[in-house]
Design a protein around this ligand. Structure first.
Ligand code: UD1
Length: 366
């Protein structure tokens, strides 16, 4: 069986890594790793491959940054030939980035079967490009692997047949559980005993100069009580530079490798973010998380975990941080099936499919 994985952006790499390694344990499976090149900086891409111990990609489509339409179109036109050349039995796509939707569309048109890992999440906010990517990818996928029950309910509501959907748990947590023991060795230097960790990169936050200036002022204010460490996404770095706003008092770092960021998350008093994956990682680690968005496609991190949506309100951010500093942080629990065995469950489904296809093949030829 030939399995082709398509990854492109930072949050894809920790989702593909455990499944790639799990499938290596099964005989008769050949794997091809395609990187679209959506993220291309060393510290947004290469360092993740090294730390997550996945081989260098077999093919890099070198698409890099463009408008959404151009990036999606380039990935599609460059990927088509690769899929035709390999004719895989399955193409695995991950998460909700432009590379995910572009790959699903290419495969669906070529009638090559696609499996979506992290299917069914919905923010119900179509102004988010990721929501459009999730909707398109799920409609086109032949197998949908979901992280939590809410995802299954969303897919049922959209008319996806139940037999295509498998509740397998959160694959990113497989990587977290595996890597946590060694993350301590990768703690950045000179980290204070208590600190808040911040990441912001969504266009809805960083492309609005007024709001970005307000956020930075609020973080600066908080930093007088709680030191702030802020690894900065390239887009955010650019926007902060354009603002020429003061960021003194905040420790701005380049984007960090997986293990260093994990070490910081585990030790942080609180995390302030607009990322999807970090909402889940903090829930697993039991670290309070404030999400600077009005909605989330990961409601389980609110219902069961440590996540709180604070929208665009500096006042809410300040109040919530004061609660945490007063020892009154929201408590949470680890959701079901976030247990490090998601990649095993996905591999079993693929193996069952292979066995079924082999039986059908031998019946057909009999
Ligand atoms: C993408 C995903 C987002 C994910 C994020 C994680 C989509 C629609 N968005 O957003 O869901 O949360 O990745 O990081 O797919 N850039 C660099 N070097 C890089 C990559 C990007 O400098 O290696 C800069 C470029 O200026 C680029 C900008 O970052 O224009 C945005 O990159 P892009 O891949 O378009 O989207 P992200 O914001 O990273």
């Amino acid at each position: 069986m030939l399995v082709l994985h398509v990854v492109g952006a930072r949050p894809n790499f920790m989702k593909a890594a455990p499944l790639f390694r799990e499938l290596q344990k099964h005989s008769g499976i050949r794997q091809v790793l395609i990187h679209t090149g959506q993220h291309y900086d060393v510290n947004m891409s290469d360092v993740f491959f090294q730390q997550l111990r996945i081989p260098a990609p077999d093919v890099n489509l070198q698409v890099s940054s463009k408008t959404h339409a151009q990036q999606t179109a380039e990935i599609m036109s460059r990927l088509e030939g690769v899929v035709l050349e390999h004719r895989p039995d399955w193409v695995l796509v991950y998460g909700d980035v432009n590379s995910t939707a572009a790959a699903a569309l290419v495969c669906a048109k070529l009638q090559v079967r696609v499996a979506h890992v992290e299917a069914g999440l919905r923010s119900y906010d179509r102004s988010m490009p990721e929501e459009l990517n999730r909707l398109v990818t799920d409609q086109l996928s032949d197998l949908l692997f979901t992280p939590s029950e809410d995802a299954n309910r969303n897919l049922a509501r959209e008319g996806i047949p139940a037999e295509k959907v498998h509740l397998v748990g959160n694959i990113m947590i497989d990587t977290l559980i595996e890597m946590l023991p060694e993350s301590g060795k990768h703690m950045p230097a000179d980290v204070p005993p208590r600190f808040g960790l911040v990441t912001l990169h969504r266009p809805s936050n960083v492309d609005d100069p007024h709001w970005l200036r307000e956020m930075l002022a609020e973080l600066h204010h908080i930093a007088s009580e709680l030191p702030i460490i802020f690894p900065v996404h390239p887009r955010t770095r650019e926007r902060i530079a354009q603002l020429r706003a003061g960021s003194n008092g905040l420790r701005l770092l380049d984007p960090l490798p997986y293990l260093s960021f994990l070490a910081l998350q585990q030790r942080a008093s609180i995390v302030v973010t607009d990322s999807g994956g970090i909402q889940e990682e903090t829930t697993y680690l039991g670290v309070p998380c404030l999400t600077v968005r009005d909605n989330t496609e990961r409601p389980i991190t609110i219902d069961e975990g440590t996540n709180v949506l604070v929208g665009r309100s500096p006042k809410r951010i300040r109040e919530e941080i004061e609660q945490v500093l007063a020892g009154k942080a929201k408590q949470g629990r680890i959701p079901a099936l976030w247990d490090g065995k998601t990649s095993q469950r996905i591999a079993s489904v693929l193996m069952r499919d292979r066995a079924r296809a082999a039986r059908a093949g031998s019946l057909g030829s009999a």
